[in-house]
Design a protein around this ligand. Structure first.
Ligand SMILES: [Ca+2]
Ligand SMILES: [Ca+2]
Ligand SMILES: [Ca+2]
Ligand SMILES: [Ca+2]
Length: 410
């Protein structure tokens, strides 16, 4: 069951309890029992309006015993998301839904619960309730050794994501055995980007900016889908940049480069990779106007001329532009490849060719503004856009809707 359904149910229930006083702020009947639920607990009531007998827990319960069919309303006041299961011992195949932790407001689920709830487990992210606790992802193998995107050496591009708890997940292109590769603390980073090998060991690396310090860190890939100890590659000042984007080798020296926009001037700079795995002196590649772009994507070579190309999204119009890499290590004249609507994407992700046609493809994750064909699409849809090989993209295809709640992809 999707999180969206859970949210819809909560919204229908409609009773928002504000702050520690737990005041009932709408016209629903007074619910005397709610105040009895201590902060830090998940509480259930035999009655449908948080009244009657109350059951509570602040830790996992593998078997609710007689309460399994007795909870008819509940609230989650624990600082964790609650997974509700129809079977004992947190059997993931019996997953019913998640009741997320309070985030700004507390929601009571009122009445009408007909499901048996036999076990409850608390997790850091509601995706962990489900059989697959990582973003589902599968890619076709590329026909040749890929330039970028593959972190574990099976020629299939992989995806890295950050959950709301600040952990990094690895979703291999094989479609199986995703896992945590960063156990915490990644919420202190305000840019995550990945494209190619910076440390010169043949394995793709991840680059991240630390918000508090403005430092730029390199996390070397190990070639197994994991990350080794980080190395400082930018000592300060990176908070003055936006859209920090690992790009591929624009300068044609065989080393991966990085680009970023300077906030104060709107200039676009290239930071060349060096033989020592650091970044060399920056070079201006865009004289002005780059603050009008709210996303840059290091796509790889989209038009088959051997040079990596840039996609950029224009904030005011939602248009997507192609800026082709040139033989002089700069960007050529732009070309419109997406006429509008791209602001309904929360994330634009380049991991190379994932459908096996050699041209790099684009992966996108929708935000709340996305409506698809006017139907009930919204946040968390994974869309794939097949690269045509001429710089442009074929029409997008919604693949699955389980990618809600993640705060970064690369
Ligand atoms: Ca792979
Ligand atoms: Ca490397
Ligand atoms: Ca280079
Ligand atoms: Ca190109």
């Amino acid at each position: 069951m999707t999180n969206r359904y859970t949210r819809a149910v909560s919204a229908l229930a409609g009773l928002v309890l504000a702050g520690s006083a737990l005041a009932v702020v709408n016209a629903a009947p007074a619910a005397a029992g709610v105040e009895d639920c201590p902060k830090g607990y998940f509480c259930g009531w035999a009655g449908e309006d948080a009244d009657g007998r109350m059951w509570k827990t602040n830790k996992n319960v593998a078997d609710l015993g007689g309460w399994a069919d007795d909870i008819h309303s509940y609230i989650n006041r624990k600082d964790a998301d609650a997974c509700l299961y129809g079977e004992r011992n947190y059997d993931k195949s019996s997953y019913l839904w998640a009741e997320e932790r309070p985030r700004g407001e507390e929601l009571v689920y009122y009445g009408g619960i007909t499901s048996l709830i036999r076990s409850i487990r608390f997790v850091q992210d509601p995706h962990e309730c489900n059989v697959r606790d990582y973003p589902s992802w599968a890619a076709s193998p590329t026909s040749a050794t890929p330039d970028f995107g593959d972190m574990d050496g099976d020629n299939r591009p992989d995806v890295v994501s950050r959950d709301r708890a600040g952990r990094l997940w690895f979703s291999p292109g094989s479609g199986y055995a995703g896992r945590i590769i960063g156990t915490g603390g990644w919420n202190t980073m305000s840019a995550l980007t990945r494209h190619g090998d910076f440390s010169r060991d043949g394995h793709e690396d991840l680059i991240a900016r630390e918000t508090a310090t403005g430092k730029l860190w390199l996390y070397p890939g190990t070639g197994t889908g994991r990350l080794a100890a980080r190395e400082l590659i930018g000592t300060r000042g990176w908070n003055g940049m936006r859209n920090i984007t690992a790009f591929g080798d624009l300068t044609k020296d065989g080393r991966s480069d990085l680009i970023a926009t300077e906030k104060s001037t709107g200039k676009l700079y290239l930071y060349p990779g060096t033989s020592t795995g650091t970044l060399g002196s920056r070079k201006l590649i865009g004289a002005r106007g780059w603050n009008s772009m709210n996303a840059l994507v290091g796509m790889g070579d989209t038009n088959g001329d051997g040079r990596p190309d840039l996609y950029a999204r224009e904030a005011a119009t939602g248009k997507l532009w192609l800026y082709p890499g040139t033989s002089t290590g700069t960007l050529g004249s732009r070309k419109l490849i997406g006429t509008g609507g791209w602001n309904t994407m929360a994330h634009l992700v380049a991991v190379g060719d994932f459908n096996g046609t050699d041209a790099p493809d684009l992966l996108a994750v929708t935000n709340d503004a996305y409506t698809g064909d006017g139907s009930s699409y919204s946040a968390g849809w994974q869309l794939t856009y097949s690269g045509r090989g001429d710089g442009g993209l074929a029409a997008g295809r919604p693949v699955r809707d389980g990618w809600w709640g993640f705060t970064a992809f690369c």
